[in-house]
Design a binder for this molecule. Structure first.
Ligand SMILES: Cc1cc2nc3c(=O)[nH]c(=O)nc-3n(C[C@H](O)[C@H](O)[C@H](O)COP(=O)(O)OP(=O)(O)OC[C@H]3O[C@@H](n4cnc5c(N)ncnc54)[C@H](O)[C@@H]3O)c2cc1C
Ligand code: FES
Ligand code: FES
Length: 433
């Protein structure tokens, strides 16, 4: 059977699947469509990952599905890749099997004689082996709609965009209830009843320990076992924290972690959200707000990749608690564009003078250079080097970075304009919560 072939065709190329005939499932009406009922959602096996993302009602009913689908592969794969193919394949790398176990989904399979319902939690036997018989087709998936106010999160660690998970965790948490499943940490998805029970009882670390006790990672191109065990500890903690921050009105949030309400201005837009007091500004910007211009480099205040402008000063946001930014006016590289969205003079000069190679340090470089030119609009080369000393370029592209800043200064002085239209035309951001 071929759904869209995005797992099957690569397996055929690798001679892992040698098939003389293929039955195309595309045009079978019973395998199509998303139906939202009172208590559950029925998803046709041929529903694509793109459809999961684009369907407005589904995003409201089961937001965890959408959040996970967005982290699968890339737009091209998501346009074609089907939910049924993803879960039926039994590939432990795939994201949807663990997700379906977290959601306690039921699979409907149809054979020559009858129709069976199999719980997602009972479906997987080992890598590529499932409870589906060879003469059965997976037709639909039934997903219970979580109670209103249920917290959810899908956290996936991958080597790069488009990659399968090194490790991923799906979490649902509500009043007296929690469910945790992990992906790519054994030869099948790992759902741990003990982990869910611990989290439901408010024991976050107990939940993580129980989840880790159930995994069995193997060394592969994504890293050795020790590394995978480490990542396996990170992803459920992140998922649990994010899920808890989304729990509405069940009192769990306050019991499990003392989060503070932070309010600040980012790139001209007022934003607010919940954050633990230990949350660093860089993580709040990137993970809670989705403002990913500032980068995490050394995380020790040395490289400057995370530089942002805070109340008119350049700061390394890896070394500032978001609590310290309470009420502050923060500008990131996204906020330095002109009012019409075009590049500022400074950004344009970085482009023109090749002030970037891999680009990793560039957001921090430009944000620091922006403030530096406010402080010193007519710098000498030596002053530029001194003023930019807190920003490292691992590609060692300093010559062109300095040239770009000097050229920007010259042009701005000729035009009598600041390095960007500060305060206007800045990209609006909204807190994820
Ligand atoms: C570059 C790339 C990156 C990817 N990254 C990710 C990722 O990060 N996360 C992730 O989860 N997936 C990822 N995938 C996999 C992708 O999501 C696949 O599309 C999906 O796993 C399989 O869906 P398909 O429709 O292509 O299935 P197919 O390849 O057509 O089928 C896969 C298997 O399932 C069987 N099958 C299909 N439908 C049914 C059915 N209804 N009943 C019974 N058996 C059936 C087929 O016979 C086949 O054995 C990636 C794929 C590619 C190519
Ligand atoms: S990541 Fe902040 S200085 Fe390096
Ligand atoms: S341009 Fe590559 S790290 Fe600076």
């Amino acid at each position: 059977m071929i759904a869209c072939g995005h797992s099957l065709v690569p397996m055929m190329k690798l001679r892992m699947a040698v098939l003389s005939h293929l039955v195309d499932l595309r045009d079978i009406p019973d395998l199509q469509g998303i139906e939202i009922g009172a208590d559950s959602v029925s998803l046709g096996a041929m529903v694509t990952q793109h459809e999961l993302i684009a369907h407005a009602g589904l995003g409201e009913a089961v937001p965890l599905l959408r959040e996970a689908a967005l982290q699968i592969a890339d737009p091209q794969v998501r346009y074609l890749g089907t939910l049924g193919g993803n879960v039926a394949n039994g590939d432990p790398d795939n994201d949807m099997p663990g997700l379906m176990q977290c959601l306690d989904a039921t699979y409907q399979v149809t054979g020559p004689d009858d129709l069976r319902q199999i719980q997602a939690r009972d479906f997987y036997e080992s890598a590529y082996f499932t409870a589906r018989a060879d003469d059965e087709i997976l037709t639909r998936l039934m997903v219970p709609i979580p109670a209103a106010g249920t917290g959810y999160a899908y956290e996936k660690q991958k080597r790069k965009i488009g990659d399968y998970a090194t490790a991923a965790a799906a979490v649902l948490v509500g009043k007296g209830f929690a469910s945790i499943a992990m992906t790519n940490l054994a030869d099948m998805p790992v759902w741990s009843a003990e982990a869910g029970a611990a989290l439901a009882a408010g024991d976050r670390e107990g939940a993580v320990s129980a989840a880790l006790a159930a995994i069995d990672p193997q060394e592969d191109m994504r890293g050795p076992v020790e590394f995978k065990r480490h990542v396996a500890g990170v992803v459920p903690r992140r998922a649990i924290d994010r899920a808890l921050s989304r729990v509405a009105g069940c009192g769990l949030r306050g019991r499990l972690m003392s989060k503070m309400h932070v309010k600040l201005t980012v790139n001209g837009a007022a934003v607010e959200g919940l954050a633990e007091p230990r949350t660093l500004l860089i993580h709040f910007l990137r993970e809670s707000l989705g403002v990913t211009g500032p980068h995490v480099g050394c995380e020790t205040s040395h490289c400057g990749a995370c530089t942002v402008d805070m109340d008119g000063r350049s700061v390394k946001s890896c070394t500032v608690f978001v609590a310290q930014a309470q009420g502050a006016d923060v500008t990131t590289v996204e906020g330095l564009v002109n009012a019409d969205g075009s590049l500022s003079v400074l950004q344009e000069m970085f482009r023109e003078h090749h002030g970037l190679q891999c680009g990793f340090c560039t957001p921090g470089m430009i944000t620091r250079a922006h403030r530096f030119l406010q402080e010193n609009p007519t710098p000498t080369e030596e002053e530029v080097r001194f003023g930019m000393a807190g920003n490292l370029c691992r590609c060692t592209g300093y010559q062109n970075i300095v040239k770009a800043i000097l050229a920007a200064a010259e042009m701005m002085n000729a035009q009598d304009t600041p390095s960007s239209a500060e305060g206007v035309g800045q990209q609006k951001v909204e807190a994820a919560e």
